[in-house]
Ligand binder design. Sequence first.
Ligand code: NAD
Ligand code: MG
Length: 390
Amino acid sequence: MKKVSIFGATGSIGQNTIDLIARAPDAYDVVALTGASNIAQLAEDAQRLNAQLAVTAHEHLLEDLRDALSGTGVEAAAGPQAINEAAARPADWVMSAIIGAAGLAPGVEALKQGATLALANKESLVCAGQLMLDTAMAHGATMLPVDSEHSAVFQALIGEDISAVERIIITASGGAFRDWPLEKLADATLEQASSHPNWDMGQRITIDSASMFNKAMEVIETREYFRVDPSQIEVLVHPQSMIHALVGFNDGALMAHIGPPDMRHAIGFALHHPNRTHLPVERLDLAKIGSFDFRAPDDIRWPALRLAREVMARGGMAGAVFNAAKEVALDGFIGGKLRFPQMAEIVEDTMEALFPDNGVIDAAITLDNVAQVDHLARQAAWAAITKRAG
Ligand code: NAD
Ligand code: MG
């Protein structure tokens, strides 16, 4: 039996992971499940999957979790430290699907115990890519991408030599506002930004898809995971979300990965790697689909793409600043303090505040340093929001 833990089990990726695991209960021994506010879901899944341990991120919800689990034999725990401890419990395969920078520390912990880390939490690579790679290397751990684009690139690269790669193209649906007139974006509502044309995902990543901050993060994620030069990474708008990525080789060939917009493919690929196994996803009927559309991305509509290039050019801690500022700007939009296009302005202001005179933050990428920079960037981003509101 494969020992598995799922971090962020109650979220969109977590629930899709549980869907796959629950289909073959005899194949998996569930160690830990973690969540945050949705105690009922966490307790129900922990009991159903017979997990050893369930952890909520919120200390004040410990009693609720204990009550929900009483008599089930599942241990309950709470708080960020308890999540890190859960990540250190021996497991063969760990899903990293917490949202935001909070996913970084447990991912590092899981790599330290040599587990295979299925990485949905792209923030880990954006904030501390080198740390993730170094930790995996030092502990003989494997890190498998669970973003659809990165899983697609990974699959296109099987049996290939990375030195023969000329370019990596990741696709973007364009999100909710792809076809909106630019001048209307300032009036986009939270509800409009929270609905994705193709993918059913958590609210935060859905809004990030509309702003292209999700794609910006994924460009950086590509750079960090595959170690290619930023100039080799391209974004292509592809409204159908069926070609997830393409890898271009030095002989002119392009290998495309095509599949339905269903995260259970990328999750299942990482779960069964290095084998392939039947997965319950739709089989595409290309004749029925008829055609695929493509267009170039637009830096004016989506300034996040330009900011991602700036982050890669700076390197070091710039990713941690970018991510923290983006998380705060997103909170500002969700909380009604910012208009949709102002999210990118806040991120840009924060980068300028933390990197005056085009400087860099010269510090080693450690968990402590990333946490400090994350904190400073959040303060600067809130200050930028307050300044705009006042
Ligand atoms: P979600 O919001 O649906 O779920 C997030 C999970 O994290 C929940 O279990 C929640 O309880 C937990 N959580 C929230 N705040 C926490 C905190 N401070 N500490 C600990 N746990 C916390 O998010 P999602 O859409 O499932 O995305 C999860 C991750 O996967 C993100 O990094 C996202 O970018 C990435 N991802 C998601 C998709 C998708 O289809 N949803 C696709 C690719 C990558
Ligand atoms: Mg993606």
